[in-house]
Design a protein around this ligand. Structure first.
Ligand SMILES: [Zn+2]
Ligand SMILES: [Zn+2]
Length: 180
C-alpha cells in the first residue's frame, strides 16, 4: 500500500487517519509459517511534524496461527502492534546519492510515497516471538517414537549419555546396555 505524503509534508499540523485491511498473506519467518487469522484492520495516523517529517502511528491487533515448537500442536499467538515511526521527505539538496550507500535504516519511503504495508510488516516481524510454545511446560514429542509426551509417557529410552559415559560404555561393550 503506497500513500502519497506530499500534501501532508506541505500542511503544517495536519493529521490524517487511515484504516485499511491488512494483507493476510502467510508470513515466513525463522523457518516457520505464520498464518494471519481473520481480517485484521490497521488504523494509522499520519501527522505533519514539519515540512520534512511525518509521524506515522499505527495500531493493529493480529492473531497469528503457528505450531508449538516442541509438540507441533496448533497455537494462536495474539500480537498487538502499537508503533511510532518518523518518515522524512526525500532530500532534494543534491547530496542524496552520497547518503544512499551508508543508509542503514529502512525508510519505507520512495520519493514522497510511503510504503505503509511494508512498514507494518516490518513492525510485525519485530514482534513475532522467536520460540512459540503451546504452554511453558510443554513436554514436546518423544524423539524416538514421536508420541506427544503431554498425553503420556511412551516408555522409550530417551537417555542421552554423557560423552564420558559413552567412552566407558565402549570399554564394557554390551554388558552396560544389557543391565536392567
Ligand atoms: Zn507444545
Ligand atoms: Zn517414545
Amino acid at each position: 500500500m503506497l500513500i502519497n505524503l506530499t500534501e501532508l509534508f506541505n500542511s503544517p499540523g495536519k493529521k490524517q487517519e487511515i484504516s485499511f485491511p491488512l494483507s493476510t498473506e502467510p508470513i515466513h519467518y525463522g523457518g516457520e509459517e505464520y498464518r494471519i487469522e481473520g481480517q485484521p484492520e490497521a488504523v494509522v495516523t499520519l501527522t505533519n511534524l514539519d515540512s520534512r517529517k511525518v509521524l506515522v502511528q499505527g495500531q493493529v491487533s493480529i492473531e497469528l496461527k503457528t505450531v508449538c515448537d516442541r509438540c507441533l500442536k496448533a497455537v494462536t499467538v495474539p500480537i498487538r502492534l502499537d508503533f511510532t515511526h518518523e518518515v522524512s521527505a526525500p532530500d532534494t539538496s543534491g547530496k542524496e546519492k552520497m547518503d544512499e550507500d551508508d543508509q542503514e535504516d529502512e525508510t519505507f519511503m520512495e520519493g514522497y510515497e510511503l510504503h505503509l504495508s511494508e512498514l507494518i510488516n516490518n513492525e510485525l516481524l519485530l514482534q513475532i516471538p522467536v520460540k512459540v510454545l503451546c504452554r511453558e511446560e510443554c513436554q514436546g514429542l518423544c524423539p524416538v517414537c514421536g508420541q506427544d509426551l503431554n498425553e503420556g509417557e511412551c516408555g522409550c529410552d530417551r537417555f542421552v549419555p554423557d560423552p564420558r559415559w559413552s567412552a566407558l560404555q565402549g570399554l564394557f561393550g554390551s554388558e552396560v546396555s544389557d543391565a536392567e
